[in-house]
Design a protein around this ligand. Sequence first.
Ligand code: AMP
Ligand code: ZN
Length: 450
Amino acid sequence: MLKLYETRHRELLPVSGRGSELKVYCCGPTVYRDAHVGNLRTFLLSDLIWRAATHSGLAVTLIQNITDVGHMANDLEDKVLAQSKSESLDPFAIARKYEDRFHHDLNRLNITSASSYPRASENIDLMIASIEKLIAEGFAYVAADGNVYFDAQSFPSYGAISGNRLDALKPGHRYEYVEDGAKKFHADWALWKLARDRTEMIWDTPWGPGYPGWHIECSAMSLEYLGEVIDLHVGGIDLRFPHHENERAQSNSLTGTEVVTHWVHGEHLLFEGRKMSKSAGNVVLLQDIIDREIDPLAARLSFLENRYRSQMDLTWASLEAAHSTIKRWRGLVSAGASKTEPKMDQEFIDAIYADLDTPRALQRLRAIEKSSDYSAQEKSEIFLAADQILGLDLSRPPIVRELTQEQSDLLEQRAKARSEKNFAESDRLRTLLEESGLQIKDGADGQSWS
Ligand code: AMP
Ligand code: ZN
């Protein structure tokens, strides 16, 4: 049985739904830019859970929202609207463009599609209904500035997920929006904001035209698409507070129950030892990896080399290494008979079930790869089964291409030029060979190519 660390209880708990059904919600992307490899690590987490839970016999329904409105940047501007200005494109065109690119990235990483991807902007009615109910039942109020706020003090167990209890939260602490003095309590947050001079991405409501807060979007959509019992809720560690605390307060107040059974958070990814940020200029996209002729699934394998609950450092060297490993494993799988049946290794799957211990699972595969106790056929079967969880396309045959006659001739001429110390000619030939798709290396025992 699959067990996962549960953030609120701070312990490993079995993953179980009602009967054989498992309902999972994963906070989706804010579609104002391409997902970077850190975002993709978090999106891989829900895929891994999906694969492991499915393997354990559960029928998983996964909902992942698309945040196309309401997510504010530090300067309090809507991220999608800000990008729409900088690209001189309609905000909805921006949102759809980056949503398409998000799906493209998921495909390239073999991330299984969610059951549906509801868009915030298409579910505004649900949010309005939720806010009306929260006001009617005394959990929210319309403030003097016209915005609607959630009354944090109406929810006594606020802070249970992150440990950030209300009495310890100081005024002036950043809660995503720094509103003026209209709130009753400094930790209250906006459910609905009046448009004021904003003219795009606004909707009519009983409180005037405006737009939703980011947190209410996830409550409204998760309750609508999954119901009042959500078995598992996934997101990156930074969402624990305030996003998930606020979502929990809203959803529990709306239903009078503890809506989410199991909160799961993935740790962050660094790149070459540093936090990725636009200002530092070190944001890495999946496309950057592909542009270096590294298999995008090498990113997937690199993520899997680390436990989802540990911060990890992705490097170009680890991506290159993962690329070679995948090639080698494809060779290993294709060495089996043409009709290889997958055969799951117990130790491998036990490691996966133990809070997705992918490093241990991969270590087990490497031990099998090296061991002489397994035949080539058995290895092929085990790796094929493991790939149902790993998603590395190991059954794809390694690409073996023959040299063309022209390439062989050029290689021969270049070897000759080198032996004659005619370096100008050898450089000229190297350029031609590289243009034909070969990589050339010069070593102590002559040139080699790949
Ligand atoms: P966003 O598109 O900014 O709303 O983020 C989408 C998801 O990516 C959220 O679950 C974030 O917690 C997660 N995330 C953001 N930065 C990182 C990072 N460096 N490493 C891992 N996950 C991240
Ligand atoms: Zn969310």
